[in-house]
Design a protein around this ligand. Structure first.
Ligand SMILES: [Zn+2]
Length: 329
C-alpha cells in the first residue's frame, strides 16, 4: 500500500514538479523520484529491501556495516539526556549572542530552537531497534555511513563538519542550536537522536546525510520526510513536507546542484520516532565523483549550510506559528 502510494506519488510528481514552486505550499512537492530516493535510503538505517522496491542500496548498506558496537563511550549517549531538564545546556555553550556581525541576516530564530543530527558515527552499533513507536520491524541502531569514492572522506565526518557550519549560520539568525553529537566517537541510535529532538521540541529537526548510491552517476540534493500515511507521525507530514521543500529549494539555489525532489518515506527510524517537523537532507552522493569532490570544498559546504539556513528562514517566515515557543515577531 505504501509502495503503491509512492508510485502514484511518483507519477504525479513527474507531471507536476515542473509547474510548482514556492516552499510555502504544503503539498507543492511530491515524492517524485523514488528510484533516486532508494539510493538515499541506506543513509542511516541501512538495508530495507522492501522500502521502495529497489535493491540498489543494499550492497552499499552492507559495506557500511563494518564497525562493532565496541565503543564504550556511553557518556556521549547521555549528552542528549542532559537537555531534558529544559535548559539545553550544550546548546548554549557556543552561543555568544552576536548581534553585531549579522547586519543583513534576518533574525528569524529568536526564541526558537533547531536540533541538528549529523548522520552516523565513527563506529557502527549493530544492535537493533524498532523503526517507529509500536512498529513490529527493527533496524540497525547506527551505521558508519558511506565513503567518498574519490576522496575517501567518511560520511560521518563530513556530516558533522556541515552541521557545525549550519550551527554557525543558524546562531547568526538568533536560533538556539542543539547538535545530537559534536564528535564522531559516539554511540547514539537513530531513535535516540529523534528522542533528543523530541525532548527539546524544536522548530525543526534537521538530519544531515551524504549517502551513496550504487549508481555512480546519481548526483544532487534531495530532502526526505515521512509520508502523509506514516503510521507513526503522519500527523506531522504537512509541516515536515513544507520544511523539506523550503530546504530543498534554497540549497539547490545556493549550490546549483541537481534537484532530486522531496522523497516521502516511512522507512527511516530517525524520522519515524520524531514528533517535531523533520527534514533529512541528502547534501550529495559520496558515490559520485563530482559530489564527493565538491563536498570537500569548504566554500561549497558553506553554500550547503547557508542554503539550509535560508530554507529554515523561509519555513519559519511562512509558518503561521504553530511550532514551538509560540513567539510571533
Ligand atoms: Zn548517511
Amino acid at each position: 500500500m505504501k509502495k503503491k502510494n509512492m508510485l502514484i506519488g511518483a507519477m504525479i510528481g513527474l507531471l507536476s514538479a515542473g509547474m510548482l514552486s514556492g516552499c510555502t505550499m504544503d503539498t507543492s512537492r511530491r515524492a517524485g523520484q523514488g528510484y533516486l530516493g532508494a539510493a538515499a535510503a541506506e543513509e542511516e538505517e541501512a538495508e530495507d529491501p522492501e522500502k521502495t522496491g529497489k535493491e540498489e542500496t543494499e550492497e552499499i548498506a552492507e559495506d557500511d556495516k563494518t564497525g562493532l558496537p565496541e565503543n564504550g563511550d556511553e557518556e556521549e549517549n547521555d549528552s542528549g539526556d542532559t537537555d531534558q531538564d529544559g535548559d539545553d545546556s550544550d546548546g548554549d555553550s557556543d552561543e555568544d549572542s552576536d548581534d553585531g556581525d549579522s547586519d543583513s541576516v534576518p533574525q528569524t530564530g529568536i526564541g526558537r530552537h533547531i536540533v541538528i543530527d549529523p548522520g552516523h558515527q565513527e563506529k557502527a552499533n549493530e544492535g537493533e531497534e524498532f523503526i517507529g513507536p509500536g512498529a513490529a520491524k527493527k533496524k540497525q541502531k547506527a551505521t558508519v555511513g558511506s565513503k567518498g569514492v574519490v576522496t575517501e572522506t567518511d560520511e560521518y565526518e563530513l556530516n558533522l563538519e556541515i552541521a557545525f557550519l549550519l550551527q554557525e549560520e543558524l546562531e547568526e539568525r538568533g536560533f538556539e542550536v542543539i547538535l545530537t553529537r559534536d564528535t564522531n566517537d559516539v554511540d547514539i541510535s537513530n531513535a535516540e537522536r529523534a528522542q533528543i529532538a523530541n525532548d527539546i521540541d524544536p522548530t525543526a529537526f534537521i538530519r544531515i546525510h551524504a549517502d551513496a548510491s550504487s549508481d555512480p552517476e546519481t548526483s544532487g540534493i534531495m530532502t526526505i520526510c515521512q509520508s502523509e500515511e506514516n503510521p507513526y507521525n503522519g500527523y506531522m507530514f504537512n509541516e515536515s513536507n513544507r520544511l523539506s521543500t523550503c530546504i530543498l529549494d534554497s540549497t539547490v539555489e545556493e549550490t546549483g546542484a541537481k534537484n532530486l525532489d522531496v522523497w516521502w518515506t516511512d522507512t527511516m527510524t530517525g524520522i519515524n520516532w520524531s514528533t517535531v517537523p523533520t527534514c533529512q537532507i541528502q547534501v550529495g552522493y559520496l558515490s559520485n565523483a563530482e559530489d564527493d569532490t565538491n563536498l570537500q570544498d569548504e566554500s561549497y559546504r558553506r553554500k550547503i549550510a547557508s542554503g539550509i539556513a535560508k530554507g529554515i528562514d523561509d519555513y519559519v517566515t511562512g509558518n503561521s506559528g504553530d511550532t514551538d515557543d509560540s513567539d510571533d515577531a
